[in-house]
Design a protein around this ligand. Sequence first.
Ligand SMILES: Nc1nc2c(ncn2[C@@H]2O[C@H](COP(=O)(O)OP(=O)(O)O)[C@@H](O)[C@H]2O)c(=O)[nH]1
Ligand SMILES: [Mg+2]
Length: 331
Amino acid sequence: MSATHADLLSDLLDGKHRALARVITKIENREPGYRELVSELHSHTGDAEVIGITGSPGAGKSTLVDKVANYYRERGETVGVIAIDPSSPFTGGAVLGDRIRMASNVGDMDVFFRSMSARGSLGGLSTATSDAVKALDAFGKDKIIIETVGAGQNEIDIVKTADTVAVLMPPESGDNVQMLKAGILEIADVFVVNKADLPGANRTVTELTEMVHMRDGQPTPEFGDDVEYDWEPEIVETVAKDGEGVAEFVGVLDEHYDVLEATGMLDAKARTRYAEEIRALLREDANRLVASEIESQGGIEELVESVFERETDPYSVAAEVISPIEDCLHD
Ligand SMILES: Nc1nc2c(ncn2[C@@H]2O[C@H](COP(=O)(O)OP(=O)(O)O)[C@@H](O)[C@H]2O)c(=O)[nH]1
Ligand SMILES: [Mg+2]
């Protein structure tokens, strides 16, 4: 690790927010050396509670996140918020709102806000998000909130970084319950019917309740037999703009976290995430090895030409490109 990175790391661990912000920028931009930096963070992580909040644009996520963050602050807990904007190629889209939010928290840097975007990065936003979560965790934030716009696969992957996932469902928004994507349903630990001041909230609650009961009794996938985790998604109503229902919502988040801990599910989830993280990093590495092997065998255009001229075929080319890499692996 470079001397600058070593300083940055020690400043971050000393609780300097500037260093935290700079580390997240390095993560977001995949700056040279960021991997060593994230590597060093790992041993300092494992204490934060990570909460994912998703839902359609305008559902009230940012409003609710602000209220929840302040609630935690009043309880004496420190908070980090990462707002993800997967669609925007720049941080652009999220910037205006987040500048305003940062301004409203001036003087209380214990709520640390940060927006992140895709920037067309290869490794993907979910890797960058989980790395940023590590930075916040190592920094010592008690609660880390990830806010992301639902409901594609990308967002589902991002929100899986969280221990507890809340899905916002505003009433009468066209987001009716039937339209919820299966993937989102599976990851929701809490449904929040926000904008409960608007008509239709009761109906949304009823629909969600029916749906949750219909799904009741389905086994928890992928976590094996030693985990006695049996959580039925809770449904809470909030009026985020007035802070109504925030205490109840946080109560459910606390309860879910307690159940995760008591049943061993917290650790089971962490193990699953590490497996996924290792695989994702290796895919990144393997892709890079393949790209450099293609270059050293004359570049993709040259390979394409020989296929085009019927001198060889794509299968043979692939076998030739991979062969030196395979040889190294077998050594
Ligand atoms: N009526 C009502 N409006 C709300 C409530 N919560 C948020 N809003 C408004 O909904 C709009 C979108 O909120 P925002 O938090 O930016 O939504 P996001 O896109 O999901 O982050 C804003 O104008 C909020 O003031 C609520 O509980 N009731
Ligand atoms: Mg928002």
